[in-house]
Write a protein that binds this ligand. Structure first.
Ligand SMILES: [Zn+2]
Length: 200
């Protein structure tokens, strides 16, 4: 993506995520990797439903700001870790939906199996495959948190931070958004299963 397309795509997805209730009260952060390897990321503290080009800034692959006067999201180290670890990742979306926040507080990873919706995830071609969402303890030191996620072998399509939210990504904005919608659907199913399904 060039900076123009990435700016448009991030503003657009911010409105969508806010409308769904997944980035309330300036929470969440969004980024896209540009063609030259730099990253366009949301500025710290901006409202994702009301993003403007001024609410975005470029940083290099090590997180060095390339736009003086703007401060990138405090969770930028997690975005950069994902781009380093997954060469195909072009967009990273981090949301604070109520479901991801609450379901991440159980003290264990979530695993989804047998759902037709799993086919929405890139590289999962059948509902017979499984998706694991590892949960990491929250940490205000986001560089330390990124280091912890970076070495976890179970991270494939996304992960959650306990009491905090969800990270997922994709090659394109369409991929990342589809993954996020699919994971939110699976989280909703998990919530429904717990409230109405057989107790276990
Ligand atoms: Zn967050």
């Amino acid at each position: 993506m060039d900076i123009r397309d990435a700016t448009f795509a991030l503003i657009d997805v911010g409105r969508f995520l806010f409308a769904r209730g997944w980035v309330p009260a300036t929470s969440g952060n969004l980024s896209a990797r540009l063609d030259d390897g730099t990253v366009l990321v949301t500025v710290s503290g901006v409202h994702k439903g009301e993003l403007t080009p001024e609410g975005l800034m470029r940083i290099d692959a090590d997180g060095v700001p390339l736009m003086p006067g703007r401060r990138p999201s405090a969770e930028t180290p997690l975005h950069l870790m994902i781009y380093r670890r997954f060469a195909e990742a072009g967009v990273v979306l981090h949301t604070h939906s109520p479901r991801a926040t609450v379901l991440s507080m159980g003290g264990y990873d979530l695993t989804f199996e047998g759902f037709e919706m799993l086919k929405a995830m890139s590289t999962i071609e059948s509902h017979e495959r499984r998706l694991r969402l590892p949960v990491f303890p929250n940490d205000q030191n986001t560089a330390r948190l990124a280091d912890r996620v970076a070495v976890h072998a179970g991270v494939t399509h996304g992960f959650m931070i306990a009491g905090h939210g969800l990270y997922t990504w994709g090659t394109t904005m369409a991929d990342a958004r589809r993954h996020l919608e699919a994971i939110e659907f699976l989280l909703e199913c998990e919530q429904l299963r717990r409230s109405t399904g057989p107790s276990s």
